[in-house]
Design a protein around this ligand. Sequence first.
Ligand code: BDR
Ligand code: CA
Length: 311
Amino acid sequence: MKKIILDCDPGHDDMLAIILALASKEIEVLGITTVAGNQTGEKTYTNASRVLNLIGRTNIPVSRGFDKPILRELVTAPQIHGVSGLDGANLPEPLGLKTEKHAIDFIIDTLLQSKEKVYLVPTGPLTNIAVSILKEPKIKDKIEKIVLMGGAVHDSNFTPGAEFNIYVDPEAAKIVFESGLPIVMVGLDVTNRALLTFDDIDYLESINGKVSSVIAPLLRFFANANKEFFGLNGAPIHDALAVSYLIDESILSLKYLHVDIETLGEFTRGQTVTDIYGITKKQPNAYVALDLDLEKFKHLMIDAIKFFDTL
Ligand code: BDR
Ligand code: CA
């Protein structure tokens, strides 16, 4: 079983990353850490707890991390996730929070205490991960891999040059990508194709289970926003696709490439500059996802939601 810490900014697709990880027999979630991104630090923290309440898993510790990027001012994405960060349905109150430690102390303590190596799965800006590595470099020996949602080779969604998570905290991303740790980069090239379509959302609504009946309208909100802004025919489940790789590696096709993070560009802040043809001859630093098995992913995702209906 793979041990993971999920570092997220819920967020509709972060919510499904939590659900997929906690439904899986292949994964043990040691804890959830939150970061400001899709919404403020306060909102992403309480949203993580609301999701755990929805699926009856308040035993999972949740630690709040940074409220802003390392150097930049926080930018959020209310146009995609709403003013709450999880608009579209009423989630349960954020009761039963288990930890008060700061996220970076949770990450450092958990890793140092773990006998086995742990997977870090960041699905928001990389602030918490970067600062944890800087504060306690010894944790590097305890990290099996960083499987992150962020960036893209060819695609973008927040500016013409950048994906949201990397755009928000490019300095943190630079620290992580230059850390020497094994990185799997699950970016928009694949996640924009990891769609739950409007038909899939209708299906989830028709089940009318205690969890699916809440998830369906949330996903409808998210899908409508993605249709309006990007012309997508449904909800791109970016963050859960990163989790799915830990359950079934055959879902993603990866290529080992060199990725630089743009922190200085006039128009390209946060771009993941990927040397797809090996032009620079720089040593690769990331396994970059270039293709996906959509059907396998969809089955996993829908089954995970249905799993919590039955509990
Ligand atoms: C990423 O940005 C956020 O809005 C989503 O939760 C996802 O992590 C996609 O660019
Ligand atoms: Ca996210």
